[in-house]
Each structure stands twice: as C-alpha cells, then as structure tokens.
Design a binder for this molecule. Structure first.
Ligand code: VGL
Ligand code: ZN
Length: 198
C-alpha cells in the first residue's frame, strides 16, 4: 500500500510567514489534487513550544541560518516559527486537511529539533510514524511539501534507511536553499536510493 506524506504545509512556511519558503503556497493546489490518488494521506506539522532551542532568539548573538553545536550535533538556527497554537503553525488555509488520516506533530521537545517525520534530529528518538505505517502495511511513500532541503529530505532519507520505498515529487516541494542546501539534499537523497520524480 502507498501513502502520500505531506510535510509541513503550514502558514509560517508560506509567503508572509515567519520562515517563508519561496513559492511555498504554489504546492498547495497540486498536493490537494494528488491526495485523491493516494492510498492514505499523512500530514506533518512542525509544532514548537515558545522558546524552542532551534530559534536563533534563544542564542545570544546568533542570527537565523547561523549554527550552534547541540548535544545531538550541529543545529541550524531559525526565526521563531510554528509555535504551538499560533496562526503560523496552522496548515495553509487551502490545504485539504480533511483527507488526512494521520497528523504527526514534531519539534515539540524544547531541547531538540525534529526535521524528519520519523526521528528527531538526534536520528534516534522516534516520532512513531514508522510503526504506524508498518502496522497499516504501508511500504511505499511519496513525499511532498516544505521545505525540500530540510524536512522533506530528512524524512525521505529516514524512510529509505527504514526500508520504505521513498519517492520525492520535486515539483511539489519548495526549498529554503541556504548555502547550497538544496543541491546537497538532492545528492544525499540520490545516494540513499530515494526516487526523485516530477
Ligand atoms: C523546517 C526549518 C525549521 C522544515 C522546519 O519544515 O523544513 N525547516 N523547521
Ligand atoms: Zn521548525
């Protein structure tokens, strides 16, 4: 069985949002259209507490896109975004959320970020999504959404590592592309056996 995994199509990642990804809202209508062909639809929702450790505002002298060393590795810093219960954390108003059978929230632990739909950024704390998909007999995953070079890529890489068949529809993603991150993510996914389509 196949599932469409829609990554972080939230207001803060679209035009006018706190961490706007260029062209972010362009993917909404074609993602809605693809939902009708999917065996199952899963949405992820970036869901940070105020004062999250991935926010540059929590690190004196640091600006967004600079990095810090965390116990689990290097962390890119971001503007405050997708704070729990705020408008910015809501899904894009045109996303067809009614089709979702599962919504995975991530990034809710104050001290660790979570780009991937499967693991937090330590690569070992699970979100529970792999178990959910396996229990449902879903083996084939198509990834779309925001941002291509962070949450989409990390999710697809983990999916491949976990033994799922992973496809990224590049036409239904948009990238932040900080410091070559788009090309780097693409190369990592190709090496890992993720199918790049669209
Ligand atoms: C994301 C940076 C911070 C993403 C989430 O959805 O790609 N990027 N939080
Ligand atoms: Zn985030």
């Amino acid at each position: 069985m196949q599932a469409l995994i829609v990554i972080d199509v939230q207001r803060d990642f679209c035009e006018g949002g706190a961490l706007a990804v260029p062209g972010g809202s362009e993917v909404v209508a074609p993602i809605n259209a693809l939902m009708s062909e999917a065996g199952a639809v899963v949405l992820t929702q970036d869901w940070h507490p105020a004062g999250h450790s991935s926010f540059a505002s929590q690190h004196e002298g640091k600006s967004p896109l600079e990095t810090v060393e965390m116990p689990y590795g290097t962390q890119v810093l971001w503007p405050d975004h997708c704070m729990q219960g705020t408008q910015g954390a809501e899904f894009h108003e045109d996303l067809d959320t009614a089709r979702a059978e599962m919504i995975v929230r991530k990034g809710f632990r104050p001290g660790i970020d979570s780009y991937s739909a499967f693991f937090e950024n330590d690569h070992e704390t699970p979100t529970g999504l792999a178990g959910y998909l396996r229990e449902r007999g879903i083996e084939d995953l198509t990834f779309v959404g925001l941002a291509y070079d962070f949450c989409v890529a990390w999710s697809a890489l983990d999916a491949a590592k976990l033994g799922f068949r992973a496809t990224v529809r590049e036409d239904l993603c948009r990238a932040i592309d900080a410091d070559g991150s788009k090309a780097a993510a693409r190369a990592r996914m190709q090496d890992a056996g993720v199918t790049l389509a669209g």
